[in-house]
Design a protein around this ligand. Structure first.
Ligand code: ATP
Length: 220
């Protein structure tokens, strides 16, 4: 694990940690391991899923941008249909991000700030894929980038898509990876870089070390 100095943390409140990295690099796995250590976790995917449900405030904007074909039979926005549109079209993806990101970030921030204000010793982890692309890295105290080789990333993305019964072709998976800025770019912003090229046990050992570093930050 690579470790760089962070800005000083406020002793009066908990620490907000942004876990980022590429698609299928292991962000959710790292967040889950940190939750097992005692961190509160905020999952942006979950907030995003909530925002795709019928009656949510962003629904009208999505319909206006992409048309009624994005709806599934129950009237919610279909992530599959939306995914097919935006991963094939950069402009559409940027439009989707422009609609979804502000409310997602706003909700995650208010939740994180409520938690850290309530408990000065807590660690709040936000799994935030576009932390750096979105220029939002200043919103967190500590940035953790989870990296993995392009080969592992592709293989894990393909395997997961099969496990989730939504198999991607190699071309589709590659398009999702290529749509993001390279992991090496994200690493430049990191306070901690987790190398997730090894086995789960190796990842878990790095998270143990990371947790010790978070505790140390609170005692500086
Ligand atoms: P996304 O951005 O798409 O949500 P993610 O960065 O959160 O992905 P994970 O869901 O944590 O990534 O991991 C992607 C897949 O790779 C999962 O199926 C996970 O179980 C698997 N995986 C993660 N780390 C490892 C590892 N060290 N060895 C083998 N498989 C792994």
């Amino acid at each position: 694990m690579i470790n760089k100095p962070t800005k000083p943390v406020d002793p009066e409140r908990g620490i907000i940690v942004g876990v980022t990295g590429g698609i299928a690099s292991g962000k959710s796995t790292v967040s889950r391991l940190l939750a097992e250590k005692g961190a509160f976790t905020i999952n942006l995917d979950e907030i995003g899923h909530e925002l795709l449900k019928r009656g949510s405030p962003v629904m009208d904007e999505l319909l206006e941008a992409f048309g009624p074909d994005i709806l599934d039979a129950s009237g919610d926005v279909s992530r599959k249909k939306l995914g097919a549109i935006v991963f094939a079209d950069n402009a559409a993806r940027e439009q989707l991000n422009a609609i979804m990101h502000p409310p997602i970030v706003q909700r995650s921030q208010s939740e994180a700030h409520r938690l850290v204000a309530d408990d000065a010793d807590c660690v709040v982890v936000i799994d935030i894929p576009l932390l750096i692309e979105g220029g939002r890295h200043h919103l967190v105290d500590v940035i953790v980038v989870v990296t993995t080789s392009p080969e592992n990333q592709l293989q894990r993305l393909l395997e997961r898509s099969i496990e989730e019964s939504r198999p991607l072709s190699v071309e589709e998976a590659q398009a999702r990876i290529s749509a993001q800025i390279p992991l090496s770019e994200k690493e430049k912003f990191a306070h901690f870089v987790i190398d997730n090229n090894g086995a789960f046990e190796e990842l878990s050992r790095q998270v143990d070390q990371l947790w010790i570093e978070f505790r140390r930050l609170k005692t500086l």
